[in-house]
Write a protein that binds this ligand. Structure first.
Ligand code: TXA
Ligand code: MG
Length: 319
């Protein structure tokens, strides 16, 4: 049996399989099997009312999971699937409550990583998969990260190397009138707007679906992290050192400060590369023995929106 045939067989048996996607590694289970889904929540330590994204082998599976699918969903799928876009649609009555957290909507996506696609085709069904990290922690972008996070809690980890995109998919809600971006990702509003006719607005409707990624305390390293304006970085670092901190600085340019309690880590000035590196960098910084991480705030520009979103949550979650 090939590795992926074995992975599909484990999924059919109700086991957990971690697998690579182009965004981050997912912790997969058979989306039709409530007992398998319960294992995801147990392994992650995630509250059970948080809905999961169902990963599909192709757009042909959409109507098995969603009803009243608007035409625009098909156009978006044609443009961006397989790829880092999750669509929120009205759920099909057959979707287990355990997947949707009891909501009347379901999150669906077709991932682009070749191993994810092969696994989904082999399984020939929907695989519910949150990011393969413990609840509230940084998402894994390598198989080694998954092993660190979840170890024996998974039956198998499919190793597909480092994830190409590096941060989670863009979530677009199509279930309630005007499309809205519930979670920004590297597939940005302008790209979606090219298909939709105009760029979607950001943020959940007041009575819209809940997104666990919208909780403040999320994506957090264990070491406190502060996002600091680039112009204030040197002074903030100096004050922190003077206050006795061991400081790690992540930014595009080295500070003109040399001190044994200060370590500078180079960050890319390109948002695509920055996103690709982000979670691995946060893990490295967490392991670097400092007690404060200072990150240079990225430019306030649309290309950096998703990265800034994740950094802000990391900062909020580590207070
Ligand atoms: O890139 C990704 O989306 C990765 C890979 C593995 O596909 N998955 C991921 O899953 O980030 P997770 O569970 O860590 O985050 C999924 C987000 C959660 O914030 C969840 O609340 C939201 O999607 N979500 C899922 N179903 C939803 C629904 N019906 N309505 C609103 N939000 C939903
Ligand atoms: Mg997650």
């Amino acid at each position: 049996m090939t590795e992926l045939a074995r992975a599909a067989a484990l999924l059919r048996a109700g086991e957990l399989v971690a697998f690579p996607t182009e965004t981050v590694y997912g912790l997969g289970a058979d989306a039709r099997n409530p007992r398998a889904i319960a294992r995801i929540f147990a392994a992650k330590g995630r509250p059970v009312d948080h809905p999961l994204i169902v990963h599909l082998p192709g757009v042909g599976h959409l109507e098995r999971w969603a009803v009243d699918v608007p035409g625009v969903a098909g156009r978006l799928a044609a443009a961006f699937w397989p790829g880092p876009l999750t669509l929120i649609l009205k759920r099909h009555p057959g979707v287990p409550d355990a997947v949707t957290g009891g909501q009347d909507t379901v999150g669906l996506r077709v991932p682009r990583h070749p191993l994810a696609l092969q696994l989904l085709r082999e399984f020939d069904g929907g695989v519910a998969a949150p990011s393969a990290n413990r609840f509230g922690r940084v998402s894994p972008t390598t198989a080694a990260h998954v092993r660190e996070e979840l170890g024996d809690a998974v039956a198998m980890i499919v190793d597909g190397g480092p994830c190409a995109v590096g941060i989670e998919s863009t979530i677009l809600d199509l279930s309630a009138g005007e499309p809205r971006i519930l979670r920004p990702g590297m597939l940005d509003a302008a790209a979606l707007g090219a298909v939709l006719g105009r760029p979607p607005e950001f943020g959940a409707m007041p009575d819209g679906p809940r997104v666990s990624g919208s909780l403040e305390a999320h994506y957090a390293p264990r070491t406190p992290l502060r996002l600091v304006a680039a112009t204030a970085l040197a002074q903030t670092a100096r004050e922190a050192i003077d206050a006795g901190h061991h400081v790690a600085v992540l930014g595009p340019e080295a500070l003109a400060i040399a001190h044994q309690n200060l370590a500078w880590h180079a960050a890319s000035a390109d948002p695509v590369q920055f996103a690709h590196d982000l979670y691995a960098r946060l893990r490295e910084l967490d392991a670097a023995g400092c007690d404060l991480i200072l990150v240079a705030a990225p430019p306030a520009d649309a290309a950096w929106r998703a990265v800034t979103d994740r950094l802000s949550r990391a900062a909020a979650g580590s207070k």
